[in-house]
Design a protein around this ligand. Structure first.
Ligand SMILES: [Zn+2]
Length: 385
């Protein structure tokens, strides 16, 4: 019998999992730590109001006081809604990587129009980006979505810098998403460049937005651009929020988590489970069990079902292969390649690991939150319990 957590749905198949004497896993402990750090009570509400007031003061006489990355999903649409209610003046930023579903795009347009929020869209160089995505598939790593995640972070910083905006609102929510194991989604600029050099057509990326550690230092400490995880401060019930967004903004649900992109849908429901035996739903549902949004019994029932039906998978696969220009044979070869990890390629991982303690101290003194790419390396949360 597979050893699994007494509270959530994670088991020994999840990397880096550990259990305490009572059988509780370290992911549940990270959840408990974050719940202690960001409890939903009067004090945290006061703290949040203070942060909002500071953002308003810092943004005085500027066109915008905060920047919000939008995907068309419930989380980022909800941030737009809340921020506007709080009287902030946001700029919405969207990355068009060529894979956005029509529903996602119309969700963004409808929400920004209704809320009267300016929207900026950055379109990636499709030929280069397509080649980078194929390079990651050929590298045989599970972090195939890292190019998109990295590009979003890079353009958020770039646009914040250009517009003189000091606050970037991040959509991560520990109450519904949980912590993704580092082996399921590591990413940095060196990793992306080295995978492209080994498997890309042109060896060197020309237009793809990258954030090097030097740029990160510049943005965070010279330009003083800060990340705020706004959803940590807000009571968050996913189904209630979806209802609210449908009613207030005409938002449309598209099913699975992060399925606003057809590529993400294909990765999470086909490549990851079939090739790497990874089901990211486990982490999301575990967080939702901890935050009492779903029972363990309900989560087990959902997880037992495949993420998508066989017919849907077949159609999705045909669509993705055609768009990437990959033949069935090339794709089957990719699926059969031995799975590798980011540690098989040159990255900044060892460097960041070595300096994560001093980096965290500096950030804790100057910024409300670690940037997402460093946050993943922060394993101290569970030790504090
Ligand atoms: Zn657990």
């Amino acid at each position: 019998m597979v050893k699994s957590c007494t509270r959530c749905v994670l088991d020994v198949k999840v990397p880096e999992i550990k259990f305490d004497n009572s059988g509780l896993c370290n992911y549940c402990k990270i959840y408990e730590y974050l719940e202690q750090q960001y409890p939903l009570n009067k004090n945290s509400d006061k703290k949040f109001r203070e942060i909002v007031e500071k953002i308003k003061r810092d943004g005085k006489n500027k066109k915008y006081d905060c920047l919000i990355g939008v995907s068309g999903g419930a989380d980022s649409t909800y941030i737009l809604y809340v921020v506007k209610k709080l009287g902030l003046r946001p700029l919405a930023l969207h990355l068009d990587n060529g894979w956005n579903s029509e529903i996602a795009v119309s969700n963004i347009e409808r929400a920004t129009n209704k809320l009267n929020i300016d929207l900026k869209t950055v379109v990636l160089d499709w030929e280069e980006f397509k080649d980078l995505q194929i390079a990651f598939l050929k590298a045989s790593v599970p972090d195939v979505e890292i190019p998109t995640d990295h590009a979003i972070e890079a353009i958020l910083y770039k646009v914040a810098n250009e517009e003189g905006i000091k606050y970037i609102f991040q959509g991560h929510n520990f109450r519904t998403e949980g912590k993704i194991p580092i082996n399921w989604g590591y990413g940095d600029a060196r990793y992306i460049k080295s995978v492209y050099q080994l498997f890309g057509k042109n060896k060197r990326l020309r237009n793809f937005p990258l954030v090097t550690p030097a740029k990160l230092i510049y943005y965070n400490f010279i330009r003083r651009i800060k990340n705020v995880r706004i959803l940590y401060y807000l009571g968050y019930n996913k189904s209630k929020i979806k209802e609210l967004l449908e009613k207030e903004l005409g938002w449309v649900d598209y099913g699975g988590k992060h399925h606003e992109s057809t590529y993400t849908k294909f990765i999470q429901s086909y490549i990851l489970p079939k090739k790497f035996n990874i089901d990211k739903r486990l982490v999301h549902y575990s967080a939702m069990i901890c935050s009492n949004q779903i029972t363990k019994k309900e989560a087990i029932k959902i997880i037992k079902q495949p993420p998508i039906s066989d017919i849907e998978a077949k159609d999705l696969k045909a669509y993705v292969l055609k768009k990437l220009g990959l033949s069935e044979d090339e794709f089957e070869k990719i699926m059969k390649n031995r799975p590798k990890s980011f540690q098989d390629y040159p990255t900044y991982f060892q460097l960041i690991k070595k300096f994560i303690k001093p980096i965290k101290i500096v950030y804790s003194l100057t910024s409300p939150s670690l940037p997402p790419m460093l946050k993943l390396m922060d394993s101290s949360q569970e030790k504090k319990i």
